[in-house]
Structure formats: structure tokens, C-alpha cells
Design a protein around this ligand. Structure first.
Ligand code: BTN
Length: 239
């Protein structure tokens, strides 16, 4: 049976990080599908140890518990951004894309992000932040990539319900289906990039060439050699 997200749902007016609250609940044995949201986070976490901040009630700040983890969840890092895109598109007339591994893009700007924190095989906390009603001048100035809001008057509560539904459809979807959906939204494909980390000690340059069946990014280096990059290992820059 597929996981039903949002039952139960715990909302905090203010908390440090919904991922932290969900992690505590997971450690206490909270059931699969438990969702934690907040109006405001004081120490929201982003990927790579970065901060994630948003004005009160202007973004979806969402963390869901998935448990236990097994072979059906190997492509979870790809399935979640697909679910976020579909949730956004169900509420607003937009077309979202995904910058590997899991940034949500709208018109080449960052609409949202995903931070999955897991203790396999016990549980994963699926953290999702989506900019909804943040004005241009409210975004921090030091962002690594320009940000954008979904707009269309979509509020956090509406977005939460849409995401509950789409996560239920995608977290245990068949691998071929997840890969097809991700590839159809792959914003990097064919673009020049530079990367470091993994087996590449120094900055290497090449072109993004899609994803393999495990969700690694395929890159064709300027030297003609192809490599598969894992999301945990590399630092990536668009050129
Ligand atoms: C990224 O760096 O793009 C990922 C950002 C994920 C932010 C969300 S907001 C809700 C949840 N709680 C957190 O502390 N982080 C995630």
C-alpha cells in the first residue's frame, strides 16, 4: 500500500528546522507519512551545510517521515523533486524543471529545494522548501543562484496538501517511471558545467549528458571521457 502523507500533520508557528523536528519524531517512532510544517524557521537547513531562510508564512517549509527504507526508495532523491514539480504545476500555470540533483527551477531561477536526511534502513526525513509568496526584494542578496516565488496566490497550506498527494504518488513509484519523469524535467542536460570532488581532484569542465539508472549525473568531459557523478560527492557549477 502506498504511504499516505499528512496523517498526522504537526504545524509549528516557529521552530529551528522542520527537518530537526521530524528527525526527533522519527527517533521516537512516529509513523510513515507524518508531516511537520512551520510558518517560520530560525535555523532552516539547506544542502551542503547552507542555511535556508524565508519570511513568515511566505514559503512551504515541510518535512515528511518515510519509513522503513528499502529497495523501493533507491531513487527517492529523484522522486521527491518530481513530486514537488507536479505539486506546483497542479496549483499554478507553470512548468518546473529540476537542476540535478534536486533543485526545483522555474524560468531558470530557484523555486525550491530538497534536503533528505536519512538513517537507513530505519527512516528518512524528506525536507522540502518552496518559495511561494516571497517578493523579489525579500530574497537574501548573497544567494548562489537567483530565486523566484511560485506566486499565483498559492499559500503554504494549499501547497502542503498538493505535496502530500504527489509524494504519495511518487516515493514508491517504479524506477523507470521516476527516471523518465526526471529526465523530462532535467534542466542540466546539454549544458556546460564544471565540477570538483569525487574522483576529480581539480575543477573539470564538460557537458551534462543526462542521468544513469542510479540517478548519477553523466558528464562528458572536455577530454572526451564520460563520468558518472554521485550527488553526495561533487560540487557543481553551471558555466
Ligand atoms: C536546498 O539547499 O536547496 C535544500 C533546502 C531545503 C529546505 C527545507 S525547508 C523545510 C526543511 N527544513 C529544513 O531545515 N530544511 C528543509
Amino acid at each position: 500500500m502506498s504511504v499516505r502523507f499528512g496523517k498526522p500533520h504537526v504545524h509549528h508557528q516557529q521552530t529551528d528546522s522542520t527537518n530537526e523536528r521530524a528527525r526527533e519524531l522519527a527517533l521516537e517512532g512516529a509513523e510513515a507519512g507524518t508531516v511537520v510544517t512551520a510558518s517560520l524557521q530560525t535555523a532552516g537547513r539547506g544542502r551542503g551545510g547552507r542555511r535556508w531562510s524565508a519570511p513568515e508564512d511566505a514559503a512551504l517549509l515541510y518535512s515528511a517521515i518515510l519509513r522503513p527504507l528499502d529497495l523501493r526508495h533507491l531513487l527517492l532523491p529523484l522522486a521527491v523533486p518530481v513530486a514537488v514539480c507536479e505539486a506546483c504545476e497542479s496549483l499554478a500555470d507553470v512548468e518546473c524543471r529540476i537542476k540535478w540533483p534536486n533543485d526545483i527551477w522555474l524560468d531558470e531561477r530557484k523555486l525550491g529545494g530538497v534536503l533528505i536526511e536519512a538513517r537507513p534502513p530505519d527512516w528518512a526525513v524528506i525536507g522540502v522548501g518552496v518559495n511561494l509568496l516571497i517578493d523579489e526584494d525579500e530574497f537574501p542578496e548573497d544567494l548562489r543562484w537567483p530565486a523566484v516565488s511560485l506566486g499565483h496566490d498559492v499559500g503554504p497550506n494549499q501547497m502542503r496538501k498538493a505535496l502530500d498527494k504527489q509524494l504519495g504518488r511518487w516515493v514508491e513509484a517504479k524506477p523507470e517511471k521516476v527516471l523518465d519523469a526526471f529526465r523530462a524535467r532535467d534542466a542540466l542536460s546539454g549544458r556546460p558545467i564544471a565540477w570538483s570532488g569525487g574522483s576529480a581532484e581539480l575543477d573539470r569542465k564538460g557537458v551534462a549528458d543526462g542521468i544513469d539508472e542510479r540517478g548519477n549525473l553523466i558528464v562528458r568531459g572536455d577530454d572526451g571521457e564520460s563520468a558518472a557523478l554521485g550527488s553526495g560527492e561533487v560540487h557543481l557549477r553551471l558555466l
